[in-house]
Ligand binder design. Structure first.
Ligand code: HEM
Ligand code: NAG
Ligand code: NAG
Ligand code: NAG
Ligand code: NAG
Length: 316
């Protein structure tokens, strides 16, 4: 009940801002769209269990740069580097899953479904596949024509503090509640040492190890990220149950076991700490808030006057 009310409010807000997203956008033009995408995501996940985490992260990066316009999917050209070749692209992968969905959709309903909508639907399916909540995906986004590698410097980083994270999310129209709920996506997936090893050695003049990190956990991470000659693929799962979408991420952050400084910092600020603690206690509440926040993330900078790409890697 609360959920459907929220969807209604979101629809109203989106139409006031000009872009018309609609749950039933493809009802006549491509009624099979959601079935086709969910089948592709399911099959891809059977072959590679990292797929859901990859698609979920890809959606976040897409929406944070130029809005949810599939700019993250465009390939670089010989004289132009696209977002996917910018900094912070580590572990962005799984583009082939979106390509597969696009190929199938072009056969069934040619020229109809945007790559931005495919990604939004696939992100939802990735969460559902992993045991998380479901929600109705608003559709009708168009694909952008611009993707710039340097833009990735505007993404929040793994060493951002809470004020910076709140600022970064608010620039996208996302609230503190959205920030804490969406951070729960780190219940899935993996991180390379690069993204957290500054916390393990020579952290600051006063502390060799980040004092907000649980000491025993810090020792484990040091073992995984041995120096020198760190294996470039070395790292740690973001959560002990990293294939399962649950609220364990919050329990870990409460216990000083958030992998990124940007996760752990949420416990150090009164605006976010109580939300982390609440989600750690009540998984059902986290699920509701995550679903709502994903709908709001999917509304960021929606493009109306773009195109429907024939191939998600290239502009038409
Ligand atoms: C709050 C700011 C955020 C920061 C600073 C951040 C940073 C990062 C970093 C550094 C990684 C690991 C990259 C690597 O070393 O391989 C990562 C992974 C991941 N992030 Fe975030 N993230 C943020 C928010 C989000 C949001 C909002 C989502 C989705 C809704 C998300 C989903 C993911 C997922 C699923 C992974 C695992 C990817 C994989 O296993 O392939 N993150 N994030
Ligand atoms: C399932 O996924 C695998 C691995 O990506 C791929 O080779 C295969 O063609 C897919 N099958 C279908 C029916 O999409
Ligand atoms: C990430 O960007 C770097 C630097 O531009 C590029 O060399 C690399 O191929 C990219 N990695 C991935 C996985 O796209
Ligand atoms: C967060 O980081 C910014 C930039 O480094 C800094 O100016 C600010 O003082 C920090 N805020 C807190 C609360 O640590
Ligand atoms: C630790 O950091 C300080 C100050 O940044 C630097 O001078 C020193 O060389 C570093 N030590 C090691 C072992 O990296």
């Amino acid at each position: 009940m609360i959920y459907s009310l929220n969807v209604l409010l979101v629809v109203v807000r989106v139409s006031l801002s000009g872009a018309i997203l609609d749950v039933n956008y493809y009802k006549k033009s491509c009624p099979e769209v959601e079935d086709i995408i969910s089948t592709i995501v399911r099959n891809a996940t059977v072959y590679d269990r990292q797929v859901p985490a990859r698609i979920l992260r890809m959606f976040f990066h897409d929406c944070f740069l130029r809005g949810c316009d599939a700019s993250v999917l465009l390939d670089s050209t010989p004289d132009h580097k696209a977002e996917k070749d910018g900094l912070a692209n580590l572990s962005l992968a799984g583009y082939y899953v979106i390509d597969d969905a696009k190929t199938h959709l072009e056969q069934t309903c040619p020229g109809t479904v945007s790559c931005a909508d495919i990604l939004a639907i696939a992100a939802r399916d990735s969460v559902v596949r992993s045991g998380g909540p479901s929600w109705k995906v608003l559709k009708g986004r168009k694909d952008g024509r611009i993707s710039i590698a340097e833009d990735t410097k505007y993404l929040p980083t793994f060493y951002s503090n809470t004020s910076q994270l709140i600022q970064s999310f608010s620039e996208k129209g996302l609230s503190v509640k959205d920030l804490v709920a969406l951070s729960g996506a780190h219940t899935l997936g993996f991180s390379h040492c690069e993204s957290f090893e500054h916390r393990l050695r020579n952290f600051s003049s006063a502390h060799d190890t980040d004092p907000t990190l649980d000491p025993q956990f810090a020792a484990e991470l040091k073992g995984k990220c041995a120096k020198p000659n760190t294996d470039p693929n070395a790292g740690e799962y973001l959560d002990s149950s990293s294939r399962v979408f649950d609220n364990n991420y919050y329990k870990r952050v409460v216990g000083g076991k958030g992998i990124f400084e940007s996760d752990q910092t949420l416990m150090g600020d009164y605006r976010t700490r109580w939300r982390v603690e609440t989600f750690a206690k009540f998984e059902g509440l986290f699920f509701i808030e995550f679903a709502r926040a994903m709908v709001r993330l999917g509304n960021v900078g929606v493009v109306e006057n773009g195109e429907v790409r024939a191939n998600c890697r290239f502009v038409n």
